[in-house]
Design a protein around this ligand. Structure first.
Ligand SMILES: Nc1ncnc2c1ncn2[C@@H]1O[C@@H]2COP(=O)(O)O[C@H]2[C@H]1O
Length: 351
């Protein structure tokens, strides 16, 4: 990092001072101080809190929701050794009284490191997967910023990161082949992949998507216990992180799936505070569906996601829980708030 903050001053911040020196040093190398001009706000009351912010230079005022000043914090004070108003969501606003320099650390990353360091035996350098701990594209930080990983409790994250395996591929390598049994879930660390599907109605495979760093694939066969529904081929050399089916299910998928009871779903739908989606085929939907539900078959879901508003919560269902679980996973990855309705709900409905 720059001269904005010495390593010793950084290591004395709370709770950075609870980390192992190796991890303090690694975090310090990754810090990117940012400056904010006088009068601007670092955040406002009610904002979500995704990063720990520390004041490195300048002075800020904390204000309540009515704009009344509660206190000021100067960079060289004891108060500046702590995270600025670290509540979720922010309970106060932080206004810069002069030009201010702050550093921010992703909350989940710090949480994982603190959890690790309390259990004792890991260093970031062992986990970056790359040869150099100074590598700026640290996959762990990037993964933690994906919606998929934000719902996972730190306890699971720790195990999950240990179980993720880095595998290098060459351009044109087939990573996943349509029709094969599902074995791994993949996250792209570097490089690009193409998703294609063969069908009896088309002479050539149809290109479904191009995926880049941060994107993931291979979840559908693992969740629904079916075969791969598409082929994924490397478009360039690259590195993928993979997780076995068992680990994917127990560490990732289970934490991401939120179930909702039929009563609770009925209440939300009656209040129009949630949208209920039937992910079965239109022919199945026509035959029987839950009143108030919209039909969006699973095979169209990815294509239609951009047309859905991210404002409302969604409830998805099918007749067995398989397709709805896949739908919930895909939607959660894209940042939607989604719950899975018990598949019994459809059997119970008279409509
Ligand atoms: N339209 C699509 N867009 C992006 N990825 C897809 C699409 N269809 C299938 N996939 C991915 O390709 C993977 C092939 O293996 P799975 O069926 O396990 O999981 C599938 C999805 O992760």
């Amino acid at each position: 990092m720059s001269e904005a903050l010495s390593f010793d001053a950084f290591a004395a911040l709370t709770p950075i001072n609870g980390l192992r020196p190796e991890n303090q040093r690694d975090l310090y190398r990754k810090l990117a101080p940012r400056t904010v001009k006088a009068g601007d706000y670092l955040f406002r009351a009610g904002d979500p809190n995704t990063e720990c912010l520390y004041l490195v230079d300048g002075e800020i005022a904390l204000e309540d929701e009515a704009g009344k000043q509660i206190k000021t914090i100067a960079a060289d004070s004891d108060a500046a050794k702590h995270r600025i108003a670290h509540q979720t969501p922010r309970s106060v606003s932080a206004r810069c009284l002069d030009a201010v320099t702050v550093i921010g650390i992703d909350n989940s990353l710090l949480d994982v490191l603190l959890t690790w360091d309390q259990t004792g035996s890991f260093e970031v350098t062992e986990l970056t997967g790359g040869p150099s701990p100074t590598e700026s594209d640290d996959w762990m930080t990037r993964l933690l910023q994906l919606p998929t990983f934000q719902m996972i409790p730190p306890g699971n994250l720790q195990t999950l990161f240990m179980r993720l395996e880095t595998v290098n591929f060459k351009a044109n390598d087939v990573v996943v082949k349509q029709g094969d049994v599902g074995d791994y879930f993949y996250v792209i660390d570097s490089g690009h992949c193409m998703v294609t599907r063969e069908s009896t109605t088309h002479p050539k495979p149809i290109k479904l998507a191009e995926l880049g760093p941060g994107a993931s694939f291979g979840e559908e066969a693992l969740i629904a216990d079916t075969s791969r529904n598409a082929t994924v081929t490397m478009m360039s050399d690259g590195a993928l992180l993979r997780l076995s089916k068992e680990d994917f299910r127990s560490l990732l998928h289970r934490s991401m799936t939120r179930q909702i009871s039929q009563d609770e779903a009925d209440r939300l739908v009656a209040e129009e505070s949630a949208v209920i989606i039937d992910v079965r085929l239109p022919s199945e939907f026509k035959l029987k569906s839950i009143p108030g539900a919209r039909n969006l078959p699973l095979y169209l879901l990815r294509m239609k996601l951009s047309a859905l508003s991210a404002e409302l919560p969604y409830i998805v269902y099918c007749d067995s829980g398989r397709r709805s679980s896949v739908a919930a996973f895909i939607m959660t990855q894209k940042g939607f708030n989604v719950q899975v309705l018990d598949s019994q709900a459809l059997s119970d409905t008279t409509a």
